[in-house]
Design a binder for this molecule. Structure first.
Ligand code: GLC
Length: 757
């Protein structure tokens, strides 16, 4: 195999905003994107590259200085020092601290088409990120492959899974950096797993060594930069934050309506019902089974009357069957993926033999998008994209299959993302000013712009529940805030205890969906006996109480990319304990709620509380942080803690997000000795009017020194759906709260305040 290692620089030229450095083997291009982001693309044969992920353009200019030995590209926040002989890329802070350096011996190299970058490993270096990857929070000592894969019945160590996010954050010496390797080929990351602790490396089977180096000095800022580069989510429809009930499959409209009715009868809040593959006629996408779903419009109208939304599944595989519109259209217009001789690629999925739309083509995406009328006309507003790795019953897709002008190995990892994009763009048009809800299984960096994700076919046992939480937390680092796991476990049957426990964790999962495989026992809240049903109801009610807080947390995701579920490594990066395998599943839900997942067989748990003070949510008990505490964890009370200083808006229990509620916004403040603040955000929860200023936003601040809680003036033109605010103070000395709350009353320009002590 021909092996080439990047050699000495031979020529250095600036062309506008790009610096081009040539060696005998290759050429490197360097752009500055922002003071904290520099990109490097090293290629043997430079081609214009269109990224699926990156939506920003580089800055107009690049400043550099050159000496005999090196070229230095310095911004106000980051330095790239390129040593010339041989060509190596080393990143430093502005005060000359090493962030990350090429391995001086091997740097960037090629073996055949494979391109690899070996980098020096720092003794105390930790790594977090890569999205949907099993293993520990700290990925040091592990290696991973990105190759979007249908992974039914996967174990808790399986790799690869469904998605590709070639982005990680490196942490050492109190410093932070991020590295996004934007390459959709099969890719590899090795965090010191196979190199005797000498090097870390990453690379791909083909394409260029094309990466973005993020040099901001905090994990939140790195996430902000990464999501600036790759985009952020839009405000989700409020209904998608409610409880979602799914199953493979509810077999008829009657069954769906019965289940929905039962939620109302049992007074268990819920917003969403799902149709899995059996609603279709013979698994033909964009059709309805004429017998079992004879009147979709009627069914959806009945669901609407009960305040439910419907989400329907679509898979990419189009059944090979003359007379089926999607098939005929696809053949006529040549929309399906092909072999180089023009023959269409065929593989087996649910409908039997299928062709696969070439979502890499704009015309195909538009056609796909328009086809959703079959679902939107009767009233569907949520679109679940499955099997889009793409899956073909475990078969490998031949490398000769072509998408657009590229072969499968180059773009496979972006297929699911392009399907989600087609679905999002198409349904957004069809729904007018309404926000579609799109959910996808396969994804690549940037998918957050189009879709929520779930973590695929998990299993009904405790270790899988804990793994699921790590996946959610890790996806958050890579820009995916709206993520769910199949609550209860897709494969297998949970014990009632596991169901109850997992549901209580679901309350604090960004997308809260209960789903199960065909052939498993039913999963709805009432099948677990009255005692368990009561616990499940109470937990789901808690989710609905927290909606104002959750919605504001999603607003943060839209503004800064900060995910709703945050591994403690985001905010407590320097605290070694958060990487301890005992505590690594813990996370912050939004700014201020710490959740400790607990197995269903344990009823006391050791929980690590980072520095500061914490209050147990359920009891108000106060704890000093910076240590582990052992706390009761009965099935009725998952260990959930509130950070001192937290400001958390809540509402009364409603049965669905389309209910207005009692108009009272309850804002809880937990006493803390440091100033704290919260940005409260609200809009109509369903349209795009917020993008034109029709929202309601205000900052609430608590200053313990001045003894003041202040509400900023309202920003935006939206009329809040709450007409009263009640402040609920926790852990306050009486004299503090009285004076200060009075101030709040008069600072508040439009709400009548009632104070509860
Ligand atoms: C896949 C999906 C699962 C779905 C099933 C049937 O296994 O991951 O969620 O229920 O297909 O459509």
């Amino acid at each position: 195999m021909q092996t080439e290692i990047l050699g000495n620089a031979e020529g250095i030229k600036q062309h506008g905003n790009v610096l081009i450095i040539k060696t005998p083997e290759a050429e490197a291009r360097v752009w500055v994107y922002s003071p904290t982001i520099i990109s490097v693309c090293i290629s043997r044969e430079y081609r214009e590259y269109e990224s699926f992920a990156v939506i920003q353009e580089p800055a107009d200019k690049i400043d550099f200085t050159e000496t005999d030995k090196e070229v230095v590209i310095a911004t106000s926040a980051l330095q790239l020092r390129v040593s010339k002989s041989p060509l190596r890329f080393n990143f430093y802070t502005v005060d000359d601290k090493v962030l990350s350096e090429d391995d001086p011996r091997f740097g960037v190299n090629w073996q055949g088409e494979r391109v690899i970058n070996y980098r020096k490993l720092v003794a105390d270096e930790k790594f977090i990120g890569l999205g949907e990857k099993t293993g520990n929070l700290n990925r040091r000592g592990s290696s991973y492959v990105n190759w979007n894969t249908d992974a039914p019945l996967h174990g808790v160590d399986a790799d690869p899974l469904y998605k590709t996010f070639p982005f990680f954050v490196g942490l050492h010496s109190g410093l932070t950096y991020g590295l996004f390797f934007d390459n959709t080929h099969k890719s590899y990351f090795d965090f010191g797993a196979t190199t005797d602790d000498q090097m870390s490396w990453f690379g791909a089977d083909g394409g260029d060594m094309n990466y973005y180096f993020l040099g901001a000095q905090s994990v939140p800022k790195i996430i902000e930069d990464y999501t600036w580069l790759t985009g952020r989510m839009e405000m989700p429809p409020l209904w998608s934050l409610g409880y979602q009930q799914c199953r493979w499959s509810y077999m008829s409209a009657d069954e769906i309506l019965d289940i929905a009715e039962n939620f109302r009868k049992e007074k268990i809040p819920a917003d969403v019902m799902y149709c899995d593959i059996d609603y279709m006629d013979d698994y033909k996408i964009f059709t309805w089974n004429k017998k079992t779903f004879a009147d979709p419009k009627g069914m959806i109208a009945k669901l609407k009357a009960m305040h439910f939304k419907l989400v329907t599944i679509v898979d990419p595989g189009i059944k090979v069957e003359k007379g089926y519109k999607q098939y005929d259209d696809g053949i006529d217009k040549d929309y399906f993926a092909k072999y180089p001789d023009g023959e269409k690629y065929v593989a087996n999925v649910w409908p039997g033999r299928c062709h696969f739309p070439d979502f890499f083509r704009k015309d195909v995406r538009e056609w796909w998008g328009k086809s959703f009328t079959a679902l939107t006309n009767p009233g569907v507003e949520g679109f679940w994209n499955d099997m889009n790795e793409p899956a073909a019953w475990g078969q490998n897709m031949p490398w000769l299959v072509k998408f657009g002008d590229k072969y499968m190995p180059e773009v496979r990892n972006a297929y699911g993302m392009e399907m989600a994009k087609a679905t999002y763009e198409g349904t957004k048009k069809l729904l007018g000013n309404k926000r579609p809800f799109v959910l996808t299984r396969a994804a690549y960096s940037g998918t957050q712009r189009y879709s929520a994700v779930w973590t695929g076919d998990n299993s009904a046992y405790d270790a899988h529940m804990l793994l699921g939480q790590r996946l959610v937390n890790s996806l958050g680092i890579t820009g995916i805030s709206m993520v769910g796991v199949d609550i209860g476990g897709f494969s297998g049957d949970p014990t009632p205890e596991l169901m109850v426990r997992w549901n209580s964790l679901g309350v604090y999962t960004p997308m809260f969906r209960n789903h199960a495989q065909q052939g498993t026992i039913m999963r709805e809240p009432w099948v677990w006996g009255k005692k368990n049903e009561d616990i499940i109801r109470k937990d789901i009610e808690q989710r609905y109480r927290l909606l104002p807080y959750l919605y504001s947390s999603y607003y943060q995701s839209c503004q800064t990319g900060m995910p709703v579920s945050r591994t403690l490594a985001i905010n407590y990066t320097g605290d070694e304990n958060v990487y301890d395998v005992k505590y690594q599943n813990e996370f912050l839900f939004g700014d201020a709620i710490l959740v400790a997942p607990v197995e269903s067989t344990r009823f006391t748990e050791e929980v690590y509380l980072p520095g500061g003070e914490w209050y147990r949510f359920s009891t108000g008990e106060k704890f000093k942080g910076g240590r582990a505490v052992t706390v009761p964890a009965p099935l009725t009370d998952l260990p959930v803690f509130i950070k001192a200083g937290a400001i958390i808006p809540m509402q009364n229990v409603i049965q669905s997000t389309s209910e207005k509620g009692d108009g009272l916004l309850e804002i809880s403040v937990w006493y803390g000795s440091e100033t704290s603040s919260f940005v409260y955000y609200e809009d109509d929860g369903s349209s795009y009017d917020y993008q034109k200023g029709d929202y309601y936003k205000r900052e609430i601040r608590f200053d313990p020194v001045k003894g003041e809680i202040t509400f900023s003036k309202v920003e935006g033109s939206f009329q809040s759906k709450y007409d009263r605010i009640r402040l609920v103070l926790h852990g306050f000395e009486k004299n503090v709260k009285t004076t200060n709350v009075r101030d709040v009353i008069f600072n508040n320009d439009r709400a009548a305040i009632k104070i509860d002590y």
